[in-house]
Design a protein around this ligand. Structure first.
Ligand code: FAD
Length: 383
């Protein structure tokens, strides 16, 4: 694996870094307090090409490689995880899935809008009763003439209240032992679909996370994405790549924690000199830096495997597992360097810790990643 970045990769990273410094970082604390990212950020992300980065050019994207995607995602995560999540979901989980599975009409209808930021996508898999065991979801889509009629509910849906289109997973076959889940592209303004913003999250507070309720939502059969019954594997393949994006966002959090800890340790004086000169403070800082580097290398490894067309799913679980736990550790260590000031929101490290915490939960909890890795190594499923 070549760890030298190409000129294009350096350029896209710098573009993301400048954008974050100008349009994201100065507002992140305020968005966190008000529980509301300024939605105009979506258009800006689209204008810079970040919402179509890995979508093929023939589908309206910029056809970039996955390492470039990781670099952008890391920079966004460094500035504000809520903004990073908009891209990870609308591009990583929705647009990429439409590009991979959509027919020409579906691609024409959604990809130009999603990649430009004219539309936002959300990924509706989790339900109130099914999280880790997503294959048991209860939302049902019943064929009625030329349409499907969908009933059910979805929980914790990132971008949920902002979204123009829901990539929705619903059961279309109840035969015992048959996964029977299908994927649908449901316009968010379809009658019968209602959305409620979930307030009071520990972190990612600026993000529009929602509960969706579907009551007799009628969509034409052309809303079906991919073959009927293929929905569970469509969801799982989207999430495998999504885990790389979450991991890259975690590298960004850990890097932000490192920058903040080094900066503060150099300025803060106790016992007559900067705390940076105390060995126990250096231990905290060096531990953060090891987490940053290890998480980054595991994440780049996934991008490298994807770009070379190799199997990447287990590597993505390893990267997501390690990077999410590392981000929590790094932010917690940084908070320790800040002492009491780390505990108030005038300083950034408390938010980093709160934002990091969910990374060990979504797109498969740490326990679920371990089961995926364990199954790959032993050949035995422990689910
Ligand atoms: P549960 O599955 O009930 O798990 C509870 C605990 O049991 C966990 O510790 C888990 O690891 C453990 N556990 C469960 N099964 C096993 C097992 N077999 N072995 C060992 N331990 C086990 N979902 C979407 O579909 N789209 C989104 O956009 C989205 N965004 C989200 C945003 C936020 C802020 C949050 C909090 C969640 C989001 N989710 C989304 C949902 C997320 O993916 C789920 O919360 C996650 O999969 C865990 O499901 P659960 O919360 O139901 O926990």
């Amino acid at each position: 694996m070549n760890l030298e970045l190409s000129e294009e990769q350096e350029a896209v990273r710098q573009l993301a870094r400048d954008f974050v410094a100008r349009d994201v970082a100065p507002y992140a604390a305020e968005w966190d307090r008000s529980e509301n990212v300024d939605k105009s950020i979506v258009k800006k992300l689209g204008a810079l090409g970040f919402l179509g980065l890995t979508v093929p050019e023939e589908c309206g994207g910029s056809g970039g490689d996955h390492l470039a995607y990781c670099l952008v995602t890391e920079e966004l995560g460094r500035g504000d995880s809520s903004v990073r999540g908009i891209v990870s979901v609308s591009l990583g989980l929705v647009a990429k899935t439409v590009a991979a599975w959509g027919d020409e009409e579906q691609k024409r209808a959604w990809l130009p809008r999603l990649t430009s930021g004219d539309a936002v996508g959300c990924f509706g898999l989790t339900e109130p009763g099914t999280g880790s065991d997503a294959g048991s979801l209860a939302t049902r889509a019943v064929r009625d003439g030329a349409d499907y009629v969908i009933n059910g509910s979805k929980m914790f849906i990132t971008n949920g209240t902002w979204a123009d289109v829901v990539l929705l997973f619903a059961r279309t076959n109840d035969t015992p032992g048959h996964k029977g889940v299908s994927a649908f592209l449901v316009p968010a303004d379809t009658p019968g679909l209602t959305r409620r913003t979930i307030h009071g999250k520990l972190g990612l507070r600026g993000q529009a996370t929602a509960e969706l309720v579907l009551e007799d939502v009628r969509v034409p059969a052309s809303a079906l994405l991919g073959p009927e019954g293929k929905g569970f594997s469509i969801a799982m393949s989207a999430l495998a790549k999504g885990r790389m994006s979450v991991a890259a966002g975690c590298v960004g959090i850990a890097q932000a924690a490192l920058d903040a800890a080094v900066g503060y340790a150099g300025e803060r004086e106790q016992f007559g000199r900067p705390i940076a000169g105390y060995q126990l403070v250096q231990e905290l800082i060096s531990d953060i830096s090891v987490d940053v580097e290890a998480a980054r290398l595991l994440t780049w490894r996934v991008a490298d495997l994807i770009d070379r067309g190799q199997d990447f799913a287990t590597a993505a679980s390893r990267a997501k597992l390690f990077a999410s736990e590392a981000a929590v550790r790094a932010a917690n260590n940084a908070l320790q360097v800040f002492g009491g000031y780390g505990y108030i929101d005038e300083y950034p490290v408390g938010k980093l810790l709160r934002d990091a915490r969910v990374m060990t939960l979504y797109e498969g909890t740490s326990q679920i990643q371990k089961l995926i890795i364990g199954r790959a190594l032993t050949g035995v499923s422990a689910f």
